[in-house]
Design a protein around this ligand. Sequence first.
Ligand code: SF4
Length: 565
Amino acid sequence: MGGEKSKVETIKEQSGFLRGTIRETLGQDTDHFSNEDYQVLKFHGIYQQNDRDLKRQLKRQKEKRYIFMIRSKVPAGRLTAEQYLVHDWLADRYANGTLRITTRQDFQLHGVLKSGLEPTLRAINRALVTTLGACGDLERNVVSCPAPAPGGLRDELARHARRISDHLLPRTRAYHEIWLDGEKVHTTQQDIEPLYGPGYMPRKFKTGIGLPGDNCVDIFTHDIGLLAFAEGNRLHGFNVLAGGGMGMTHGKEETYPRLASPLAFVPAGEILPVVEAILTIQRDHGNRADRKTARLKYLLDAWGFPRFREEVERRAGRKLAAPLALPIQDVHDHLGWSEEGGGRWYVGTPVENGRIKDESGPRLKGALREVIGRYRPSVRLTPLQSILLCGIGEGDRAGVEAILRDHGVPSPGEISPARRWAMACPALPTCGLALTEAERVMPDLVKRLEDELHSIGLGNERIVVHMTGCPNGCARPYSSEVGVVGRTADTYNIYLGGGFEGTRLNHLYAEKVALDEIVPALSPLLAGYATNRRPGERFGDFCHRLGMENLRRMSGAYRMTGVGC
Ligand code: SF4
């Protein structure tokens, strides 16, 4: 895929293996970095941002105020109690007092000032967590089903996630020089990036590991999905899926969300060379001219599967077996109490939109700090943005429950299914790409949806709504039953008909719908679903069966404008 390289490519190549002028700028009396360093900082797990709530006001005063987001990379979402508590402390000391769990099982700190970057990164690394590669054009955090279970299968999957993550980490010394050692090494000759080279990847690259019986990692949305084939607790290998990705751009038909396609079955012990082969194909042939069409999915569609597969075989040095039939059967959110074996328990606690805070409503942050400080459970972040506290003894369960209750944290049974399964990206005010609100308006949107569902007797129905402030799709809106995606400054596109289990993309149902009109737009369809659904049929399947044109007809009084498929 040819054409002149994009500006970002030049910045990467001239950055001296991710140094840029970050170190020098840290020593200057400014509150931000240059545009070039802004690109390089992402590889260090840092986003330079504006508080967009303040932006208009400050513009009048001809002033800008910069803040930073720091993302910790947590393979398989696994943290020790100590690592959790360090992030909790940093959120209060240097960030805006909140922690955010991402859909890739990372932790984010928001609202950090430039002066807080070094101490924050040092503390995170002292706790043996890194932010290197959490953002930027390289392998991102490797996700894996977080739930503990007797027999050790999920532990084995987590070990694969860690191994892949470690293998695909960049080797530059820049990160240590800038944030940890504090000294600049004046030559870059010693840096070798055997895997990535100076240009790293054309775009971000994502890998997920999942199970057919529990697609909590949304296995089809990754560049590489590894779907485990196990008998009992014995892992035999993985169906390798390739070419998933959610992002698209409004009005650009050449961009689109895509679910990963099954490529091959690979024994567990041989998986690393195959993953590396796929990654290096994308490294060498991904589009470096246009970042909007730079993900693996576009390369795969341009090449076709036979050519792609042949090249994977050549690079991996082995023939690939055909993928096995491994149908996805279910998705679990892992909330509530479950036995994990050895007389131990874990409790999954819902975190609305992944935001751990004490500001309003339940004091979740304080509750988690107290439980984790007192009982020292291991901690797991889920791809559905919730948190699991693991390894809790039978005798401690009542104490944990009392702390959660005393802080007003609802149990999963006290939350409606619609709220339990809803997800939203951060969007405004921090994300520079956001067209609309998402996280901040989602609780109210869900409340209206809950009322609607309750009024037609569907209050206990699991309907999955994912919302994002732009079409980049960070909260995976296109693989959900209902996707709500920011379209213009105050309108959204609505997508319907995705599979509950994440096995089918949804379709555009309505364009440019105002926030207040979203639930009214869904209302006649939900009523139609309540009366016309087949036994056991989910809302996404119902919408898919009827098709968008029939759904629009069903919506009757609610007339859409500008609707297109
Ligand atoms: Fe920002 Fe868009 Fe991602 Fe939301 S989906 S966090 S608005 S880039």
